[in-house]
Design a protein around this ligand. Structure first.
Ligand code: XLS
Ligand code: CA
Ligand code: CA
Length: 438
């Protein structure tokens, strides 16, 4: 067997916060128990195939900067095999339990669907062996319905039924291989399911078609006996100007309207939340209160750049508040933290992939432990309970139990005059949060 990451001689180990070793975890201790589960069970880290093994560093202004030894040679399938081998070496050395991929990440598309599917079958049979030998599992699979020119106007929302049919064929196969690899889930990200201008778009028809497309996927999932969780991944824009799966709230409305809600949860990506003008915290909280919190694409954007920069998560406020919501919602079941993130264009060495993931894993491990303390001390729960205390007294109770109408309430307001106001205490709560993030 070839070794693709010889710079990392042994699996990354936990050495504690005082370690100066850049190839060690300072906070992520997979076996350490937090609230009755190990850190590994809570965090369910996954490495994404597309950025980490297929990323080239190319951007709109410049070409490839990331050259990897596993991509050497000219035989496409040989490169696909080498890449898979390198990926599993990386997962093992890093010590993550899961991976995620798009169909096109693992096997290059051929000239016909049947040839493409044969290529996928070959790579999937190898992946199955690697999974068995390493114990690394598939967090979710997905289908790339956005890179090929045939999908320039979308897949399930394409104006052409021919393209719609082609897209179903791709998803059918992607579901089969995800099932074959015993994936815990399957993601639908509407890469080009949206529009650039309404001057050429029948929005109603496109939304109806998207729902049809997803319903067919639900039916096929049942047919093949795939038990993994389906997720929709919200994103407001990019590549299209307006995407239908804009944010958690619009996905929820769509799923309810088309009676699909029982079949889906959400895969919330931090960078997509901020592109939608929300915080990561908001998107997770909205999903959680509506029973839709499924999985997370753990990354971050850049406040000064208005696009999907997919950087590795390092912000302790983000990781703390994310883990706080996830723990409060009962923790992950099928989902996990997938690093849908890529190293910067100038981070050209393979070792940078390790630094990036180690830092991100440590940032979430710290977030987990801080969130545990916040929850144990009921920091926000106490403040929130006090702020809403009126709802547990006479008037509040009457309103919540639907015993009063505008008529009684207007009378009450007239009799009692101006309501007494209370401080929201935002600054105090922010200070307390800072005290916990040490
Ligand atoms: C792109 C998305 C994509 C999905 C999977 O912005 O994040 O990578 O996670 O198709
Ligand atoms: Ca993503
Ligand atoms: Ca992204």
């Amino acid at each position: 067997m070839a070794e693709y990451f010889p710079e990392v001689k042994k699996p990354i180990a936990y050495e504690g916060p005082n370690s100066k070793n850049p190839l060690a975890f300072k906070y992520y201790n997979p076996k350490e128990k937090v609230l009755g589960k190990t850190m590994a069970q809570h965090l369910r880290f996954a490495v994404c195939y597309w950025h980490t093994f297929r990323g080239t560093g190319a951007d709109m202004f410049g070409s490839q900067t990331l050259f990897r030894n596993f991509r050497s040679g000219s035989d496409e399938m040989k490169i696909a095999e080498q890449t898979l081998e390198a990926a599993f070496e990386f997962y093992q050395k890093l010590g993550v339990g899961f991976w995620c991929f798009h169909d096109t990440d693992i096997a290059p598309e051929a000239d016909t669907l049947s040839e493409t599917n044969k290529r996928l079958d070959h790579i999937v049979s190898l992946a199955k062996k690697y999974q068995k030998n390493t114990g690394v599992k598939l967090l979710w699979g997905t289908c790339n319905l956005f890179s090929h020119p045939r999908f320039m106007a979308g897949a399930g929302t394409n104006p052409s039924p021919e393209v719609f049919a082609f897209a179903t064929a791709k998803v059918k196969k992607a579901l089969e291989i995800t099932h074959e690899l015993d994936g815990a889930g399957y993601v639908f990200w509407g890469g080009r399911e949206g529009y650039d201008t309404l001057l050429n778009t029948d929005m109603k028809r496109e939304l109806d078609h998207l729902a049809l497309f997803l319903q067919m996927a639900v039916d096929y999932k049942k047919k093949i006996g795939f038990k993994g969780q389906f997720y929709i991944e919200p994103k407001p824009k990019e590549p299209t100007k307006h995407q239908y799966d804009f944010d958690s709230a619009s996905c929820y409305a769509f799923l309810q309207h088309y009676k699909l809600v029982e079949h889906f949860k959400l895969n919330i990506e931090a960078n997509h939340a901020t592109l939608a003008g929300h915080t990561f915290h908001h998107e997770l909280a909205f999903a959680a209160i509506n029973g839709l919190l499924g999985s997370v694409d753990a990354n971050r954007g850049d406040l000064l750049l208005g696009w999907d920069t997919d950087q590795f998560p390092t912000d302790l406020y983000d990781t703390t508040l994310a883990m706080y919501i996830i723990l409060k919602a009962g923790g992950f079941t099928t989902g996990g933290l997938n690093f849908d993130a890529h190293v910067r264009r100038q981070s050209i060495d393979p070792i940078d992939l390790f630094y990036a993931h180690i830092g991100a894993m440590d940032a979430f491990a710290r977030g987990l432990k801080i969130a545990e303390k916040l929850l144990k001390d009921k920091v926000f729960e106490k403040a929130i309970a006090q702020r809403y205390a009126g709802w547990n007294k006479d008037l509040g109770k009457k309103i919540e139990s639907k015993k009063v109408s505008f008529v009684e309430l207007a009378k009450y307001a007239e009799e009692h005059g101006e309501p007494k106001l209370q401080s929201g205490r935002q600054e105090l709560l922010e200070n307390i949060l800072n005290d916990y993030i040490k």
